[in-house]
Every structure is written in structure tokens, then in C-alpha cells.
Design a protein around this ligand. Structure first.
Ligand code: ZN
Length: 442
């Protein structure tokens, strides 16, 4: 688990996420306080309990409304505080329901999925999670048209306009957006069928595939922002975050390259699973860009301690890889119990062992690059021995760069074991002690 840092993009990401939350989620929550949709609780013979549940539900939503900013962009600590309050006062998880209220307990438990599902819809992750790049451009076009219509006539209901589905005007608007964002692809847009030759939604989507790879990466993103029409979405988020490697496994690239079909490598994992914490399903610091294996195959709905939350802590120095020099077998030394679940859940040792070539290469380089030779190379290239080591042996020493390449943590640990990296100094030791203290495991 490697700490995610958005760096200079953090304020921008928070600003865009909060604006989205206020525009699309807050009104739904406020509306649900006035008109709670509780059809799944309308049970003929439980009027009293039903009323109690509805009251609890509305009180909970009022709490959300009062703390909307924290739900949207609160830090991990703030989310933990919300979680604690919710579980204590508003929305106890079924297993924690009062034993002396057995009837209510049974009814809530039976309906758990339905209520969770309702909350998931209310917090709107499914709407945020636009299916493809085609859908991104389409909703940008619809939003742009809605805004223009409202500017012409202020009585126009913008929410009704946003519900507008595909038609030839939207098609024309999409072409305009594409022209603006990708002038060098003009030839392809010119070959698109003209506005008047009516195409069905699916047919236009097929034409859209003709764009080829649009090659948007976070390096050139600023040139193509118009393509999002100002609308915040997962593609925009992953591109702005600049994360290159999965922070969970450090073994897969999640380089965000946006193809026209909208297929990209990063998934968004909910650190606090949305099946158990639907109210955090759209909280920025609960959304972790990760690889598909970690998200779907390994983590799923499992919950980890917030002490290893990748927006809060790096657990890199709380475990280390070590290679047995004779057998070349890799093993993990666990320095703190806080990382145990994480290591097991993401099969860190097994994944690393599967890539034994990484270790073999470092062991070979230990023989191939004696100190005298490294010094010689540094003199020849007019650089430092440290620089030559990182380049020739191939590892990163800086904690913040561990998210830039795959197996960076594994390579750094083995390089340290093989004495390529100097022993730890007192400053770093002090920092480690501080980290351990923060994690509550001094
Ligand atoms: Zn991963």
C-alpha cells in the first residue's frame, strides 16, 4: 500500500468533486428528507416500526445534509468520524442493532440489501460512473445544450433538459466538442455523417469508434479539457490524479490513457465498501484508483483498517521484502501487525514471488556492479554514485516515487538488502517512529 499524493492537483480535484456533489447529490438528499422513498418499509403489520425506521432514516439524511462538505471531500480522519457518529446514532449496521428490539432487528436485516441499494442510488455513484468515453462526451453535450437553453429562457427547468436523451442536436453538439478538443483529428470528424442524416444512438456510438485512440494522458490533459464539458467524472479524476501504478499491489500499471471506447485500466475501488457504507460511495477520499485485479478479484467488498488507508498512510516501511541469497526465494518480513490483513488480502508475497525475474536481475547486478565500477561510471558520466546506482541497478529511493513504477517497493527493499542503498540514517528512523506512533503501534 503506497500513499497517494495528488500534489498540486489536490485543490483542483477537491473543488471539482465538491461542485459535482453540490450539484447532483445534495439536491437529491434534501428532496429525500422531504419525501422519503420508503416503499420497501411499507409493511402492513409493522406501522409502528415502519414509522420508527422512517424517522431514523430522515434524521440520518438531515445529518448528511448538515455535513455535506465532509461527506463529499472530507479527509480519511473526517470520514472515520462520520462513520463513528453514524454507527452510534443514526444508521446502526444490522449486526449491531439492539438485541432488545428483536422485531425491528429482524425486519431491518431482511430488508438490508434493499435499503442499502436505495442509499446507493441516492448517493449516485452509478450516475457518476459514466460507462464509456462516448457517454462522457454525450452528457457534456446534453449539459451544454441545457445550459444554453436556460440562458435564453430562465424559466426552463434545467433538470428536465438534462434528462434529454440523444437527438440530432446533441449529435451536432458532440461533434463541436470533439472539434474543439481534437483539432488534429478534423479529417475524421469531417467524415462523420452530417447532422441531418439521422442516426440512432447505437449507430452514432459505432461511428464514434472511428476516432481511433485519442491519446489523452495526464501529460496533455490540459489541452483537451473541453471534452469533459466541465463535467466531473471518473476519467477526469483518474487523469488528474496522475497515479501511474496501483497503490494496492504496486504490480500493475494503471496509466490513464483514454481510448475512444472509454476503456482505461484504472478502476475506482471504494476503500469502505459501498455495499456496507453506501453513504461514502461518492466520498472523494473513499475512491481509490486501482488495477482491476485488486478491485474485482481480490478486494471486492472486503474492509481494511483505516490505518492502512492509502490517502492517509504509507505502510511501506512496516513490512519489507527479503530474498534468501542461496535459494533466491522471496519472503516478507512484517514489522507491524497492522499490515497483516493488507498483505493477505492482496496476496503481496505470492504476486512478488511470481515475478522472480526482478530479484534474479538485482542479484546479477550485485555481481556485475562492484563499488569500484560504480565509482568509475559516476566519474565517466559526471554524476554521483547514488544516481548511477538508481539508474543502472534500477530502483527508486524516494518514497514519493514508489507509485511511479511497478515493483518499485520490491526492488527498493532488495536493493537495500544487497547494500546498494545506504543504511537508514537517524532522521529517517525518527520519521518511522513518528509514523508508527500515528498508526497507534509504537
Ligand atoms: Zn493492484
Amino acid at each position: 500500500m503506497i500513499k497517494i499524493e495528488f500534489g498540486e492537483q489536490e485543490e483542483k480535484i477537491k473543488e471539482l468533486h465538491l461542485a459535482y456533489y453540490r450539484q447532483y447529490i445534495e439536491p437529491k438528499i434534501n428532496q429525500a428528507i422531504d419525501e422519503p422513498n420508503i416503499s420497501f418499509w411499507k409493511d402492513k403489520d409493522c406501522t409502528k416500526e415502519c414509522k420508527k425506521l422512517v424517522d431514523q432514516h430522515r434524521t440520518f439524511l438531515k445529518y448528511v445534509s448538515q455535513h455535506i462538505c465532509n461527506f463529499a471531500i472530507g479527509s480519511v480522519e473526517e470520514l472515520d468520524e462520520l462513520k463513528r457518529c453514524i454507527e452510534a446514532d443514526y444508521f446502526p449496521r444490522c449486526e449491531e442493532a439492539q438485541q432488545n428490539d428483536k422485531e425491528l432487528y429482524v425486519k431491518v436485516k431482511e430488508k438490508k440489501q434493499t435499503y442499502i441499494h436505495y442509499l446507493q442510488q441516492l448517493f449516485g455513484y452509478e450516475e457518476f460512473k459514466t460507462k464509456s468515453f462516448y457517454e462522457v462526451v454525450k452528457s457534456a453535450a446534453i449539459a451544454k445544450r441545457a445550459k444554453e437553453k436556460q440562458e435564453k429562457n430562465s424559466n426552463t427547468d434545467i433538470t428536465e433538459l438534462k434528462k434529454e436523451t440523444y437527438n440530432s442536436d446533441v449529435y451536432e453538439e458532440m461533434i463541436k466538442i470533439l472539434y474543439e478538443s481534437f483539432p488534429h483529428k478534423q479529417e475524421i470528424f469531417d467524415s462523420f455523417p452530417p447532422k441531418k442524416s439521422y442516426l440512432k444512438n447505437g449507430e452514432f456510438e459505432k461511428v464514434f469508434q472511428m476516432l481511433g485512440n485519442l491519446d489523452i494522458t495526464y501529460l496533455n490533459l490540459h489541452e483537451h479539457l473541453a471534452v469533459f464539458g466541465g463535467r466531473w467524472n471518473p476519467y477526469y479524476f483518474v487523469l488528474l490524479s496522475g497515479i501511474r501504478v496501483c497503490p494496492y499491489c504496486n504490480a500493475q500499471y494503471i496509466t490513464p490513457i483514454l481510448s475512444p471506447t472509454g476503456k482505461m485500466r484504472a478502476d475506482l475501488d471504494h476503500f469502505y465498501p459501498k455495499g456496507q457504507y453506501p453513504y461514502f460511495s461518492m466520498s472523494l477520499f473513499n475512491l481509490i484508483p486501482v488495477c482491476k485485479s485488486c478491485n474485482s478479484s481480490l478486494k471486492g467488498e472486503k474492509e481494511l483498517s483505516s490505518k492502512v488507508h492509502p490517502y492517509k498512510a504509507s505502510v511501506n516501511d512496516l513490512f519489507s521484502f527479503r530474498v534468501h541469497l542461496q535459494t533466491q526465494q522471496l519472503q516478507i518480513l512484517q514489522h507491524h501487525e497492522v499490515v497483516r490483513d493488507y498483505l493477505e488480502l492482496f496476496k503481496i508475497e505470492a504476486t512478488a514471488s511470481y515475478h522472480a525475474g526482478q530479484v534474479e536481475e538485482l542479484l546479477f547486478k550485485q555481481r556485475a556492479y562492484p563499488k569500484s565500477y560504480l565509482k568509475e561510471l559516476a566519474a565517466q558520466t559526471r554524476t554521483t554514485v547514488r544516481y548511477v546506482k538508481t539508474q543502472a541497478i534500477g530502483y527508486v529511493q524516494d518514497e514519493k516515487s514508489l507509485n511511479d513504477s511497478t515493483f518499485a517497493k520490491l526492488r527498493r527493499d532488495v536493493a537495500k538488502q544487497l547494500n546498494f542503498i545506504e543504511p537508514i540514517d537517524d532522521d529517517t528512523k525518527a520519521k518511522l517512529r513518528k509514523l508508527a506512533k500515528q498508526l497507534g503501534h509504537e
